[in-house]
Write a protein that binds this ligand. Structure first.
Ligand code: EPU
Length: 302
């Protein structure tokens, strides 16, 4: 989809939107898969309601991209433009035990920045790729913690209300890899309240989590993290492994040899390859265990 109408282009320029035409989503996703469209980079949160109005006026569908680390995007020319927040400077402002963080900030850098200021709690998230906004939307978690536990306030674009709102932590429900945000809501900024901890102690926790992750997950390869959510009381990775499916592939889409719930792009996998692999594995697990695995990865298919 192209944002090419002259009046639209003028409107976008007036809102300070930077247009990157013909961007390949394979460059913006950790899986390295995805077709081409125009990327619109938002430099001012306040411009969003007007931007959405402008796109709708010109009948241009859109999707909102975070860090692209839990996402499988379809192949070819995509039928929507992509909206993404540009990173502001500074991305994080600290105030006592509160960290005010822009949604575009990198999650790992946020964890280490806070650690250096003796604010801990998020050690488990250290190797999780993506932005703070993406982590917030899906309530990312690992090693017994989840980001939702530290959220005190969220600034977001409420798609249903068509306006920017601020919610308190109590107004949001955070569950396992799920939140009460609407599907089209855009995370803009968050205030986290983090416990005080000496940097050295936090660093120790970070090292332990890094070590665990390195020993069990295929970190150097292109993936979207875990493909499926864990069903209650079980591990999707263990079930897939028990069926002997590590290494199973469709084209260059492959079940990781290291962790069976990670599906990697081992070369030039297409979205079609990856989707076929996902549905094949889901079917085999259902036949063997009677459990229908639910996607953790978000699929944007044309
Ligand atoms: N296991 C296997 N074979 C495998 C993978 C795992 O036998 O190929 C076994 C492990 O040996 C272990 C058990 O399954 O006994 C659980 O494995 P692991 O500790 O790796 O945890 P997981 O349930 O597979 C979850 C999260 C990860 C998170 C880790 C650590 C989900 C879907 N996955 O994985 O999150 O990093 O715990 O807390 O919730 C993600 O969400 O993208 C993700 C990677």
């Amino acid at each position: 989809m192209r944002a090419e109408h002259p009046r639209l282009e003028a409107g976008l320029a007036a809102l300070g939107i930077e247009v990157r035409s013909g961007t390949s989503l394979s460059e913006l996703t950790s899986l390295g898969i995805g077709g081409t469209t125009d990327l619109l980079r938002i430099t001012k949160h306040d411009s969003i309601p007007e931007l959405i109005g402008l796109l709708e006026h010109h009948d241009i569908p859109y999707k909102f991209l975070g860090g692209g680390s839990n996402l499988l995007v379809g192949d070819g020319e995509l039928p929507w433009v992509i909206l993404q927040l540009a990173k502001p400077d500074p991305e994080i402002v600290l105030e006592g035990n509160f960290a005010h963080v822009d949604a575009a900030a990198d999650l790992g850098r946020t964890v280490t920045f806070c650690a250096k200021h003796d604010l801990g709690g998020m050690e488990g998230l250290i190797g999780v790729p993506g932005t703070v906004g993406g982590a917030l939307r899906m309530n990312a978690g690992a090693y017994g913690m989840q980001i939702g536990s530290y959220v005190r306030k969220v600034k977001l674009y409420r798609a249903a209300e068509r306006k920017i709102e601020i919610l308190s932590g109590e107004q949001i429900s955070f569950e396992y890899r799920h939140t009460s945000f609407g599907p089209d809501d855009m995370m803009l900024a968050v205030t986290l309240e983090l416990p005080s901890k000496p940097f050295k102690e936090i660093l120790q926790g970070i090292r332990i989590c890094n070590e665990k992750r390195r020993s069990s997950q295929p970190l150097g390869q292109k993936s979207a993290g875990c493909i499926f959510k864990n069903p209650p009381g079980a591990s999707a990775g263990r079930m897939i492994d028990e069926l002997g499916l590590k290494g199973l592939s469709v084209g260059d889409a492959k079940v990781s040899d290291r962790h069976a719930n990670f599906f990697v792009n081992a070369g030039r996998a297409s979205a079609k390859d990856m989707l076929t692999l996902i549905s094949d594995v889901r079917g085999r697990v259902e036949n063997a265990f009677g459990v229908k695995l639910e996607n953790e990865v978000v699929v944007w298919n044309a």
